[in-house]
Design a protein around this ligand. Structure first.
Ligand code: TXA
Ligand code: MG
Length: 347
């Protein structure tokens, strides 16, 4: 493949002709990048093994990392899941369409490369009007990982998709920034338990609230490493060397800024990911303000784009304090930890 077409599309009221074209590209085995409410996805027909193989090739993604299957409606769950436990039903009713992925036993029709050979499949019904329209037009479930090169920062703008995948995708639907900016929460569900595999846009607290009436407590983490593939230590990584400072804000922010000042004094170009109220900052620091600590949604919305901008600014090293562990804070901590390849200093 050589030419990638990028077209602008209205995020609320997408042009039916463009949607029909995107659906046709997917149906005939091509790749379409489209916005979801979390991040941009790189979509292919989930029932077409060769098309899914093209996703892995375009991203240079490890074959061991399974891909999420996207549906236009929860009522199509039976096409991809072999069984739906009561807790999965309750979660789907509460959070779909939306940023929650349920890992359930798979239907045999799902090719092995979608699930990386596992007996389960990750499924979600996205809420973004463009994503839903594309899936509906394709007429098939759509396998879609985040539309970035493997292990790198997720794409929250069409620009990011082009930077990573130009010449490797047939069509990019550009509907502006992905609203949430952080990926879906992934939970594995069976009759007896619900397990958090990846923190994300739906908080653990919200999920626990839904499954509690069924007598199920949300467990943190997979039963074993094989249940949570794709949770690499290095993921979402910028090119620059990121160090994260985790602890109470009144300690984490000064510690991050002291480290930044030391790096600046050593003659390095340094960037920082900060909340609006974090500071004062040393002279010469390249600062990305993500939003207020009182609005973690804003911080999540800006995180990945800010990492990419710092890379483009040519900084060699980046510092970031964390944003607590409650609500979206847990997902932010997870992404920052992986983007830093585990360089997290507890303060
Ligand atoms: O918000 C999102 O989830 C975005 C948008 C495009 O929907 N997609 C996304 O996909 O983040 P991706 O491929 O970047 O991350 C999918 C992750 C895998 O790395 C893995 O951790 C988990 O979902 N996953 C998928 N299928 C699974 C399965 N069968 N068992 C366990 N984990 C699974
Ligand atoms: Mg990803």
């Amino acid at each position: 493949m050589s030419v990638t077409r990028r077209v602008a599309i209205d995020p609320v009221d997408p042009d039916p002709a463009l949607i029909a074209e995107a659906g046709a590209v997917i149906r005939r085995g091509g790749l379409v990048a489209f916005p979801t409410e979390t991040v941009y996805g790189l979509g292919a027909n989930a029932f077409d093994e060769a098309a899914v193989a093209r996703i892995f090739a375009a991203k240079e993604r490890a074959a061991s990392d399974p891909v999420i299957v996207h549906l236009a409606e929860a009522s199509e769950l039976g096409r991809v899941a072999a069984g739906v436990p009561p807790a999965a039903r309750a979660l789907a009713e509460r959070f779909w369409p939306g940023p929650l992925t349920l890992v359930l036993p798979k239907q045999p029709a799902i090719p092995a490369n979608v699930t990386a050979g596992r007996p389960t499949v990750g499924i979600r019904v996205p809420r973004h009007p463009v994503a839903r329209a594309v899936i509906r037009a394709a007429g098939v479930p759509v396998a879609a990982p985040s539309a970035n090169r493997f292990t790198r920062t997720s794409a929250t703008l069409a620009e990011h998709v082009l930077d990573d995948l130009d010449g490797r995708v047939d069509l990019i639907l550009d509907a502006g920034p992905a609203p949430l900016g952080i990926e879906s929460t992934v939970v594995a569900v069976d009759d007896a338990s619900v397990r958090m595999l990846r923190p994300g846009a739906v908080s653990a607290e919200e999920i626990a609230e839904v499954v509690a009436p069924l007598g199920i407590a949300l467990r943190s983490g997979a039963v074993d490493a094989s249940e949570a593939p794709g949770l690499l230590k290095r993921h979402y990584a910028p090119r620059a060397h990121l160090t994260v400072f985790h602890g109470p804000t009144e300690r984490a922010v000064p510690a991050a800024l002291r480290h930044a000042a030391d790096e600046l004094a050593a003659g390095r170009r340094v960037g920082a990911l900060l909340a609006d109220e974090d500071g004062p900052v040393p002279a010469g620091l390249v600062v990305e303000r993500l939003g207020s600590r009182a609005d973690l949604q804003a911080i999540a919305h800006h995180l990945f784009a800010a990492l990419r901008r710092l890379d483009r600014a040519g900084v060699e090293t980046i510092v970031a304090p964390t944003f607590g562990e409650r609500g979206l804070g847990a997902a932010l901590l997870d992404r920052l930890t992986r983007a830093a390849e585990g360089r997290v200093i507890e303060v």
